[in-house]
Design a protein around this ligand. Structure first.
Ligand SMILES: Nc1ncnc2c1ncn2[C@@H]1O[C@H](COP(=O)(O)OP(=O)(O)OP(=O)(O)O)[C@@H](O)[C@H]1O
Ligand code: SF4
Ligand SMILES: [Mg+2]
Length: 443
């Protein structure tokens, strides 16, 4: 059995409660909607590279290289990024299927970073994962009926109408023929296998579902069904999702917030609407420019596409400073030397960039583009560059007006205060002289 299949078996192999209950064991009280369910701090996963007879470590693949984020109860966090940027590794770290190299993972306020198999057992029903690769995540020796009903049996859960009926319902809900209950995984296509994985993950009504490219193997009509199913379940049961995709068009419809990853780091983390309306990281902007535009009136907007220069660099030795600087058309010296921290530049929008888009450019006036940036610029449509300059100028002007207004308001306030002060001073003068100095006539 593959590692993933083993991990999946582990994920569902939870003994029923000794009292015969449905095994509602949870680590802590349920998080209220909007409260933090999962918190990740400085999370890293470096896969060692070993060589030679002695298998000495000669380097490491820095698949996830220090990420921080929170997932709130009831929300859907979308995670996007190019192939190899560490999305699946991140998913497997937060479900504790992989041991982190550094950092912490907290679930419902409890640090679960280093919990062993026993400690993780009660958590396994609360956190489920749908795997990216439908070929290696199902046990080939079990029928799909056995696979999807295993969580019910192992937890001692007896759904209304019986396990078989519930499993068949789950199968039809994910677009499979319930009559295929007794078939084996090899008799299904990749897309169908993925649907089996989804049915199994949702069977126990977990609190958090980490879905790694859950619909990429499905055809369009089934994608819609599955997305609607995930949505309905979220509404009904208050589920929380982390949905991983390489494509912004999938997460757009399902996410409340979106994290954009590049070479093991989060480049931008923002509310969905903010991210689509005004992306701030150049990489986000490039990814968005590659999403087909469904509006027929804007079909001609192809010219705004931003093609990225070259391939994604190796995660074994990521570029210095900002990891995106070798492909960014705005890169300056500071980008090469100093890593930009992920900062909240607008409420609900965190960005790791020295010269963000749709924002007042924070670069000094005399900055010089790196030669990499000059080459990258050649691949960026004139319209995109012009738009970027326009929005930066507009935000800068707005900021200036705001500052002038604020200064004006401040000045008006101080004038008012000064007047008030004079008034007060005058009245105090009057009172003071009356109180402190006895009237001359009384002397
Ligand atoms: N077990 C492992 N051992 C060594 N390197 C690994 C291992 N798993 C992943 N990697 C490497 O870590 C990096 C991130 O891989 P990961 O699968 O997380 O990327 P991804 O964003 O999910 O990509 P994709 O969109 O192709 O699924 C890649 O360079 C990959 O080769
Ligand atoms: S402008 Fe600089 S910091 Fe921002 S993404 Fe480009 S290279 Fe990175
Ligand atoms: Mg992946």
């Amino acid at each position: 059995m593959s590692d993933k299949a083993k991990a999946e078996d582990e994920a569902v192999t939870i003994p029923a409660q000794s009292d015969g209950s449905t095994g509602g064991a949870t680590l802590t009280e349920d998080a209220a909607p909007g409260e933090t369910l999962l918190k990740v701090t400085g999370l890293q996963k470096h896969f060692p590279i070993k060589k030679g007879l002695l298998q000495r470590q000669v380097g490491a693949v820095r698949a996830v290289d220090g990420i921080d984020f929170e997932v709130r109860s009831g929300e859907t966090l979308g995670v996007v990024g190019e192939s190899g940027c560490g999305k699946s590794t991140m998913g497997r770290l937060i479900t504790r299927l992989l041991e982190p190299t550094a950092g912490t993972v907290e679930f419902e306020g409890k640090d679960i970073t280093h919990l062993g198999v026993g400690g993780m057992r009660p958590l396994r029903r609360d956190v489920q994962m749908i795997f990216q690769d439908p070929y290696s995540s199902l046990n080939p020796r079990h029928t799909i009926g056995t696979i999807v009903s295993a969580p019910f049996k192992l937890q001692g859960v007896e759904p209304e109408g019986g396990v078989k009926k519930e499993v068949q319902r789950l199968l039809s809900v994910v677009g499979l023929n319930p009559e295929h209950y007794n078939r084996y995984p090899h008799e299904f296509s990749g897309g169908q296998r993925q649907r089996i994985g989804i049915a199994r993950a949702l069977a126990l009504n977990p609190k958090l579902v980490v879905a790694d490219e859950p619909v990429s193997a499905l055809d369009v009509s089934i994608q819609a069904q599955v997305v609607n199913l995930l949505d309905d379940l979220q509404q009904e049961l208050g589920l929380t999702y982390v949905i991983i995709a390489h494509d912004l068009s999938v997460v757009r419809h399902v996410s409340d917030r979106i994290a954009v990853m590049y070479l093991g780091k989060i480049m931008e983390l923002a509310d969905r609407d903010l991210l689509y309306k005004s992306p701030m990281h150049p990489y986000t902007k490039a990814l968005m420019s590659a999403v087909p535009i469904p509006d027929p009136a804007r079909r001609g907007a192809k010219s705004e596409r931003i093609l990225l220069k070259g391939d994604v660099p190796s995660p074994i030795s990521p570029p210095s400073g900002c990891r995106f600087h070798t492909r960014c058309w705005k890169a300056t010296q500071i980008c090469k030397t100093t890593e930009p921290p992920l900062k909240e530049l607008r409420p609900g929008q965190q960005v790791a960039c020295h010269h963000p888009e749709n924002f007042e450019d924070q670069a000094p006036q005399d900055v010089v583009l790196l030669s990499d940036a000059k080459e990258a610029t050649e691949l960026v449509a004139e319209e995109a560059l012009a738009e970027s300059a326009r929005t930066s100028a507009a935000v800068a002007a707005e900021a200036e007006t705001g500052a002038t207004e604020a200064e004006g308001a401040e000045a008006a306030k101080s004038t008012e205060a000064a007047k008030q002060g004079t008034k007060d001073a005058k009245s105090t003068e009057g009172t003071g002289s009356a109180e402190e100095e006895p009237p001359a006539k009384e002397k």
